[in-house]
Design a protein around this ligand. Structure first.
Ligand SMILES: Cc1cc2nc3c(=O)[nH]c(=O)nc-3n(C[C@H](O)[C@H](O)[C@H](O)COP(=O)(O)OP(=O)(O)OC[C@H]3O[C@@H](n4cnc5c(N)ncnc54)[C@H](O)[C@@H]3O)c2cc1C
Length: 385
């Protein structure tokens, strides 16, 4: 039976994350956004708090927390700033959880402690210029050499790609095998032939680093292979199961931030000699946001409970991701309406919430892809085949 009652430890962790977000993230979010500044000082603080791998086992440098507790942290960081939340999500869910699940003991000891502490950053290189939603159709090639692999190809839209010391790169070893030919590699980004360039001009997530990666005959040893040859697609999908959960939890934070900002503003703002919070149409907007926040949180917590109890959760994670991301876009748009003209400038967080929320319905599987996953579970028919 699902039990949503938080333990004393979970309450304390949530309270600590809330205070951390208000003290360290909220005050710098606007300037970082304006300046497109990837804030390495803040990354260090996230690492010091243990937020860059909280679900990793303690023996590898993580905090050994369960998924439900992880969501409490991600929600608070996401309420503060989605660019900071992206660091937590990519590092923890896409990179660390992949290494923890698929890595050898050597790989876990080599990479996880430094990733969890924030000493180094990792990135997740799946998407390519010609390959987005159809992730099985990668063009990046890995060819066997004597004692390793030579990797060539391009990766597009890679979060933290300009700062990462290790890139989890997905490549095709045998095109005839389609997704069964894919393999995952842990590639040090200082390898000869590896280069990155920054992507500018984003609508939101301006304080998050986004890169294009180029691999030009990058040589790695056999020990760089994560899992076995042919496991690449499974590695990617298991990473996305965790990543989508993290994105959804961050969007709960956006939804809650919209409620908090709108309640405060509407009680202060006077029109017609009354606070605008006293108008029914304004309360309706606030009620819609409250319902979105509560429903998104419940779906995330359910997915977390399934993960923590070892039950299948891919569909439920997609449901949580689809609902929470769309709810975040909706809520941010409504929150701007509550703020009137003031919502249109960055004196308040709500316009940034809208710009930042917008990407969450695109990455880690678009909303359409989540619907196809949910539809596949409902009908037994795979529309993506
Ligand atoms: C800021 C940012 C950060 C990112 N970070 C990372 C990262 O760290 N690592 C990484 O690997 N990737 C990353 N991505 C890439 C992201 O995951 C992709 O953009 C996403 O998967 C969609 O792929 P695409 O952009 O190629 O769109 P496309 O796949 O070309 O889709 C375009 C449209 O077609 C629709 N569509 C496609 N196929 C179908 C279908 N079968 N049925 C119905 N509709 C369909 C889509 O839903 C969408 O509306 C990032 C993207 C952004 C913008």
């Amino acid at each position: 039976m699902i039990d949503f009652e938080l333990t004393d430890e979970q309450r304390l962790i949530r309270e600590t994350a809330r205070e951390f977000a208000d003290r360290e993230i909220v005050p710098v979010a606007r300037e970082n956004d304006r300046n497109e500044h990837f804030d390495l000082e803040l990354v260090k603080k996230l690492g010091d708090m243990g937020y860059l791998g909280p679900i990793v086992a303690e023996e590898y440098g993580g905090r050994g927390l369960d998924y439900r507790t992880y969501a409490l942290i991600v929600e608070e960081v996401g309420r503060g700033d989605s660019s900071a939340r992206t660091v937590v999500s990519v590092q923890t869910s896409l990179v660390c959880s992949s290494i923890q699940r698929w890595g050898s003991e050597e790989q876990k000891h080599e990479w996880l402690p430094r990733l969890c502490s924030g000493e180094i950053l990792g990135c997740f290189g799946l998407t390519e210029p010609d390959t987005g939603s159809d992730a099985a159709n990668l063009k990046t090639r890995a060819e066997k050499t004597g004692d390793g692999w030579r990797i060539s190809g391009q990766k597009q839209w890679i979060s933290m790609g300009n700062f990462a010391k290790v890139a989890l790169v997905f490549a095709q070893t045998d095109p005839e095998q389609r997704h069964r030919g894919l393999a995952a590699f842990l590639v040090p980004t200082d390898s000869p032939g590896f280069s990155s360039s920054a992507i500018h001009g984003k609508l939101g997530l301006r304080a998050a680093d986004t890169a294009e990666l180029s691999l030009d005959g990058v040589e790695v040893g056999d020990e760089a292979l994560l899992g076995r040859v042919g496991d690449g697609f499974k590695v990617a999908m298991s990473a996305l199961d965790s990543g989508r959960y993290s994105v959804a939890a961050g969007c709960v934070g956006i939804c809650q931030g919209c409620v908090d900002a709108s309640v405060e503003y509407s009680k202060d703002r006077m029109q017609f000699d009354r606070p605008i919070a006293s108008f029914q149409l304004v309360q309706q907007m606030i009620a819609d946001m409250v319902v979105d926040a509560e429903a998104a949180r419940a779906l995330v917590w359910r997915a977390g409970w399934l993960k923590d109890t070892g039950k299948p959760n891919t569909t439920e994670t997609s449901i949580a991701k689809l609902f929470a991301t769309e709810a975040a876009v909706r809520s941010a748009n409504t929150a701007i309406q509550v703020h009137g003209g003031s919502g249109y400038v960055d004196d308040y967080p709500v316009e940034r919430y809208l710009r930042d929320a917008r990407v969450t319905t695109l990455y880690e599987g678009t909303s359409q892809i989540q619907k196809l996953i949910i539809g596949r579970a409902a009908t037994g028919i795979n529309a993506m085949a």
